[in-house]
Design a protein. Structure first.
Length: 157
């Protein structure tokens, strides 16, 4: 089962979806939320609640961006969950982003994308990556990444 931290955050913020308000606005709101004193704890609580309610023995939490949220979630779980970090260089991420979110907008430039990629709410990602047990380099795009993740799942079984 996959638990999305973005969806959990959207509900906690009582915000419209990214599709409705756009990623830049969502990131601004997320930055405000997560920098609040209780932000990481509240997000960790919401994620833990979803994990605890899952019928699956393995759950993937997608999109944790701050070490504080990961630490709070780890404390709630009572064990150290595996942390997988996927590094995607900006040029590859731009192509994936355009396919996923802005395919209808031909005027969405690389410079526009870098504002999203380098948004303040994304700043702690590399710090979180340094704590990862598994680090995947995504230099070939979404299809190659999916194949790599599928192989990893088979090996972990």
């Amino acid at each position: 089962e996959i638990v999305s931290s973005g969806v959990a955050l959207q509900h906690l913020m009582e915000a419209p979806s990214i599709q409705e308000i756009g990623r830049e606005e969502f990131q601004k709101r997320a930055e405000q939320f997560i920098r609040a004193a209780d932000g990481p704890e509240r997000l960790a609580h919401a994620l833990h609640k979803q994990i605890s309610g899952s019928l699956s023995t393995r759950v993937v939490v997608d999109g944790i961006r701050q070490p504080e949220t990961y630490t709070a979630l780890t404390a709630k779980l009572g064990e150290q969950p595996a942390l997988l970090y996927v590094h995607t260089p900006p040029d590859i991420a731009y192509g994936m982003y355009r396919l996923r979110e802005s395919a209808s907008s031909l005027d969405f430039t690389y410079r526009d994308f870098l504002r999203v990629y380098d948004a303040p709410v994304e700043a702690d990602l590399t710090t979180l990556g340094r704590s990862a047990q598994t680090y995947i380099y995504n230099f070939l795009g979404i299809d190659a990444l999916r194949r790599s993740l599928d192989k990893l799942v088979v090996e972990l079984r």
